[in-house]
Ligand binder design. Structure first.
Ligand SMILES: *[C@@H]1O[C@H](CO)[C@@H](O)[C@H](O)[C@H]1NC(C)=O
Ligand SMILES: *[C@@H]1O[C@H](CO)[C@@H](O)[C@H](O)[C@H]1NC(C)=O
Length: 619
């Protein structure tokens, strides 16, 4: 009896004590759990990510202790439920590096996985057995390689965002009825879209801007199988366990050429791989870069020891010592696809095994060009650095084969952006985007003119298919490519293949100058403003068209400026009309028949920037 009384007394005291001091009886237990309860295998998995990437967040400083406190994530980017990690959301923090191939498998309850807007490269991570996964968001990164086929087995997948990466290969047959959001646009996927009901339900914009996709909802596939750009028929049947990559035809040709020359000379050429120069390079990356280059130096030494006659060896050129270096072998092993066939040769996109992507142009019509001349011009061009010029990384010269290696720019060309996919489903290119692209072109041109005073026509090939686009979230930027070719072409007849060949002075047999570039700039301006293709409807295929574009200019602008000339896509943006009118005036002056009446590029830049400033002030 007294025991019961004392028990009640103790209990009552405890309750009163709690009431007075406002303590919750669950508190001590909770804080105890905070320290004790976590799942080491989940934590270890996260540690693996932490240690393989760098970012603007100090993950090393932040990700300490247990990741979860019941339903609250203690670590930046971690979502928890019932002590388990259920979400990993690291967006827009410049995560750089490649992910470990398997690391997520132990985070059994993972439902949301997002790495949006970072710079992760290498293959997509393995997600097998993650049955709870609902959202997989990897858009706006630099992932390469195929979409792993095990993704089609995620039973609860609702949302898959892979847009704006460098993925290639075919789309696996996703058929999860749960899948309601799917986007693989802006990659390098090819082949037919699998005809599962689920995949066909998404709109064109889920598939846009890939190398070679076809089938519903895009254009129907050709009846014959698509010509494979990647594998020549011979290697087609190689057993799957073979480690050899399929070689594209041009590489097979190149191998043949190279091997015949081997008897005469030993050649090695080292090609730089350009990875987007980032000022925000972290010390860790820097170290890796340095390691890479010292390894390269060893290789080069080994090679040069074997090279008997230095005169005969192919020159090695490094335009940027800060980027990882690759040799010809790496290039030969790369998978490649055709990006475009231009007037002066074909451009390929090559995926190096390291995960880097470069673009390689095989130039034609330069057989009579001496090595000295080629090298001199390449040296001149390769040294230039400007944010609006596509960087030349390296080059290769042999009598039969000349390659120029460029930085790869993922967004396609201005020509494609302006004229392709017109019609239903097209995303209109608004005026702000057009203005930004124009400003970049003008800046790139002014820089070329200032840097190459000795070149008669520094660019000489300015047209919308030689303006490459890269997008930075909402804004568009452009870079000029295929510049500086005029000195490489042995005859005036061949110069016709360049955009400069459509200027009035060329057609009248007069001499070309820097102002010839200004003419071409005027034409691009009009093309961007009017949305019309210069000189007609069919791009590129203008071999027989030797006329200058003056008639076209007169045709699109008539006499006076009026909104009639505007591309319908920008007609609606009323605020822009004033700028459009001013730009049209600049365009017409640039496209003047008489070269001396055209303004200088530097003046054009000043005027465009002026328009930009007044526009901003008015806002
Ligand atoms: C980690 O970051 C999160 C969110 O930014 C913050 O709430 C938490 O206190 C940080 N933890 C440590 C140990 O710095
Ligand atoms: C897919 O992503 C692209 C690029 O970010 C975007 O323009 C497009 O609207 C998206 N489509 C869908 C259906 O979300």
């Amino acid at each position: 009896m007294s025991l019961a009384v004392s028990y009640i007394f103790v209990l009552a005291t405890y309750v009163v004590f709690n009431l007075i001091f406002g303590l919750s009886s669950t508190m001590p237990v909770h804080s105890l759990y905070q320290i004790k309860v976590f799942f080491p295998e989940e934590r270890d998995a996260l540690m693996q990510i932490r240690d393989s990437v760098s970012s603007t967040l100090d993950l090393h400083g932040n990700w300490t202790g247990p990741p979860c406190s019941q339903n609250v994530g203690r670590w930046a980017g971690i979502i928890c439920s019932n002590w388990h990690v259920v979400g990993l959301v690291l967006e827009g923090i410049q995560l750089t590096g490649s992910l470990p191939p398997t690391f997520l498998q132990n985070i059994t309850f993972l439902a949301i996985l997002s790495f949006r807007n970072n710079s992760i490269y290498g293959p997509l991570p393995n997600l097998s057995n993650l049955v709870s996964l609902e959202s997989v968001l990897f858009s706006y990164n630099r992932f390469t390689g195929p979409i792993p086929s095990e993704y089609i087995e995620l039973p609860n997948l609702k949302q898959l965002e892979l847009q704006q990466n460098y993925l290639d290969g075919e789309i696996p047959p996703f058929d999860q009825p749960t899948l309601t959001f799917f986007n693989v646009s802006y990659n390098h996927l090819q082949g037919s879209i699998p005809d599962t009901g689920v995949l066909q339900r998404f709109s064109e914009s889920s598939y846009d801007h890939n190398s070679n996709l076809c089938g519903i909802p895009l254009e129907p596939c050709p009846v014959l199988p698509l010509p494979s750009l990647i594998s020549p028929p011979s290697s087609h049947k190689s057993p799957p366990q073979s480690k050899k990559r399929k070689l594209p035809i041009w590489i097979v040709v190149l191998v043949a050429v190279v091997s015949t020359l081997v008897a005469l000379m030993v050649m090695f050429v080292f090609l730089l791989c350009y990875m987007k120069a980032r000022e925000r390079e972290t010390p860790k990356e820097h170290q890796a870069g340095e390691d890479g280059s010292s390894e390269w130096t060893d290789k080069k030494m080994a090679h040069s020891r074997r090279t008997e006659d230095p005169e005969r060896s192919v020159e090695l050129q490094f335009f940027d010592l800060n980027v990882p270096v690759f040799d010809l072998d790496d290039l030969l092993r790369a998978s490649a696809e055709v990006l475009g066939k231009g007037e002066l040769g074909t451009t390929y996109k090559a995926n190096l095994e390291s995960g880097s992507v470069i673009s390689v142009k095989r130039v034609k019509y330069m057989d009579s060009l001496s090595k000295k001349e080629f090298i001199r011009q390449m040296q001149l061009l390769g040294k230039m650095r400007h944010e609006n010029l596509v960087q030349i990384i390296s080059y290769y010269y042999s009598k039969e084969e000349k390659l120029i290696v460029y930085e790869f720019v993922p967004g396609g060309s201005l020509f494609e952006l302006l004229h392709e996919n017109r019609g239903i489903g097209r995303i209109p290119l608004n005026w702000a985007a057009r203005f930004s692209i124009i400003k970049d072109i003008a800046k790139g041109m002014a820089f070329l003119h200032q840097s190459l005073p000795s070149n008669k026509v520094p660019h000489a090939n300015l047209k919308s298919s030689n303006v490459l686009i890269h997008r930075d979230r909402q804004s568009y930027h452009s870079k000029l490519t295929n510049y500086g070719f005029l000195p490489l072409l042995p005859s005036r007849k061949l110069s016709k293949r360049l955009a400069a060949g459509r200027s009035p002075e060329f057609c009248q047999g007069k001499k070309l100058t820097h102002k010839t570039d200004v003419y071409c700039f005027g034409i691009i301006l009009l093309e961007v403003i009017t949305g019309k293709i210069p000189g007609g409807s069919s791009p590129e295929r203008n071999d027989e068209k030797i006329d200058d574009l003056s008639d076209w200019v007169r045709m699109v602008v008539n006499n006076d400026w009026s909104t009639d000339i505007l591309d319908v896509e920008i007609l609606a943006s009323r605020e822009g009309h004033n700028e459009m009118q001013k730009l049209t005036e600049i365009a017409l002056q640039c496209a003047d028949m008489a070269p001396e009446k055209r303004p200088k590029m530097s003046e054009v830049v000043t005027r465009i920037e002026e328009i930009d400033r007044t526009n901003r002030e008015n806002d």
